[in-house]
Design a protein around this ligand. Structure first.
Ligand SMILES: [Mg+2]
Length: 434
């Protein structure tokens, strides 16, 4: 979750409020998803994330320590601490940045803030609240942290909307197309009435047809909800965010933060995004975000990680016609099983001999009682049909070492795969599965 927030934030930052038609050339480049780009006005901030991610981390830390019982002071302390920890980064709104730079404690921060903003600052950092175990806690805590800086109808509503979308993604099995219904059931009815258009209408992708009637907070949640309902993959979602324009880094961070636990896609785009994030820093980049995200998942969603899903991306010659570009598979099994040929044809999976070698190495980590389930390899394609259930792996660490050795370029090891289903997801590049 947090890693995806960070990558989307840093990537989409290049287009934040970039105007058209001047920004058309940059938009064209950014839509290639081949490297991080710099914002025209902040060339030094390429690959760096902004306030959205940093404050999400701060909220995550409060949730880890206090659950839903964090006070305004707890949140304020966390915002100041995380700001200092990140080296007082740029990228916050002007006024808030100035206040943050002038204080050393949460108490000071609270004394200087006038929380009357109707912008999206409370929503942009609210994804982590989705991990809390029940709707009441989610609503309460998201509202409490909103009140620190955005104690307005728009501020509190938008933060609760984001937190609930995140909760839905983690805890419910229904598709995002049912999000509006779910949100309307749980948000107070006055807000549902006041901001009815958010649920009923699509946010316009064409920037020319938008009017300035609603606050940034409302437009943000409206855009996020529309994109989640309309787009199918993380890259398509990011493309939509960049095309829509406006506060791109916040909308991107929210969309990816909410959707990533459900997305099974593996993509080579994520390689550079993860490796180059924050110039590869261990302190603030991918390792930090992964660790924090993992702690959240372990504490609130599942403990320990139970299922490992192997995902691949790219065209595959043998069964490629069935899922030509992106393929992945997802099976719920006890121990280890072999998918039958029909299932393989259905999913378009065929990996080859390399998989057999891999199986031999991986075997010692499997529990004895799973041995019976292992059918001797039958040749090309068999490896692909294995799915590992990590709760039944004897030694997760050791198994992970073998996986890493075998797939050195594994593009992401995402602990926040589909946490409600106890999943650790690993994605592979096409090159590695050949
Ligand atoms: Mg930002």
């Amino acid at each position: 979750m947090l890693l995806h927030i960070g990558m989307a934030d840093a990537y989409a930052m290049a287009m934040e409020y970039v105007k058209m038609p001047e920004g058309e050339a940059l938009l064209k480049q950014v839509l290639q998803f081949d490297q991080y780009y710099a914002h025209p006005r902040f060339p030094g901030l390429k690959s760096m994330y902004t306030d959205d991610t940093e404050m999400s981390c701060a909220n995550a830390k409060v949730i880890l320590e206090k659950g839903s019982s964090g006070t305004k002071l707890d949140y304020a302390n966390a915002y100041v601490e995380e700001f200092i920890r990140g080296g007082k980064r740029k990228g916050y709104s002007k006024g808030f940045q100035a206040i943050l730079e002038s204080v050393n404690t949460g108490k000071e921060l609270l004394s200087k803030l006038i929380p009357d903003s109707t912008k999206n600052g409370a929503a942009m950092r609210a994804v982590p609240f989705g991990v809390l175990p029940d709707v009441m806690s989610v609503i309460y805590a998201a509202g409490m942290q909103a009140a620190v800086t955005h104690d307005t109808r728009e501020g509190v509503f938008s933060a609760r909307m984001v937190a609930l979308m995140s909760h839905f993604s983690l805890y419910e099995d229904a598709p995002f197309s049912e999000l509006s219904l779910y949100l309307k059931e749980h948000i107070n009815w006055e807000a549902v009435e006041e901001f009815a258009h958010v649920f009923e209408q699509e946010y316009p992708y064409n920037r020319r047809v938008r009017d300035g009637k609603y606050s940034v907070a409302i437009n943000t949640v409206h855009a996020v909800l529309t994109i989640l309902k309309k787009e199918k993959t993380l890259i398509e979602m990011l493309r939509a965010v960049l095309t829509i324009g406006g506060d791109t880094d916040s909308v991107a961070a929210l969309v990816w933060g909410i959707a990533s636990p459900r997305c099974r896609e593996g993509s080579y785009h994520f390689v550079f995004m993860q490796e180059e994030l924050e110039l590869g820093s261990k302190e603030t980049g991918a390792p930090y975000l992964l660790d924090l995200g993992k702690q959240l998942m372990i504490k609130y969603i599942d403990s320990p990680v139970q299922r490992l899903t192997l995902c691949g991306s790219g065209h595959h010659a043998t069964h490629g016609k069935l899922m030509s570009k992106m393929w992945c598979w997802w099976l719920e099994v006890d121990g280890i099983v072999i998918m039958n040929r029909d299932k393989m044809l259905e999913t378009g999976i065929d990996i080859g001999k390399r998989g057999l070698e891999f199986m031999k190495k991986f075997r010692p980590f499997l529990p004895i009682d799973a041995e019976e389930g292992i059918v001797p390899p039958m040749g090309t394609g068999d490896w692909a049909s294995y799915v590992f259930s990590l709760d039944r792996v004897k030694d997760c660490k050791g198994a992970e070492v073998v996986l890493r050795e075998f797939f050195p370029k594994t593009i992401s090891q995402v602990i926040d795969g589909r946490p409600s289903m106890n999943t650790m997801k690993m994605s592979f590049t096409e090159e590695e599965v050949q």
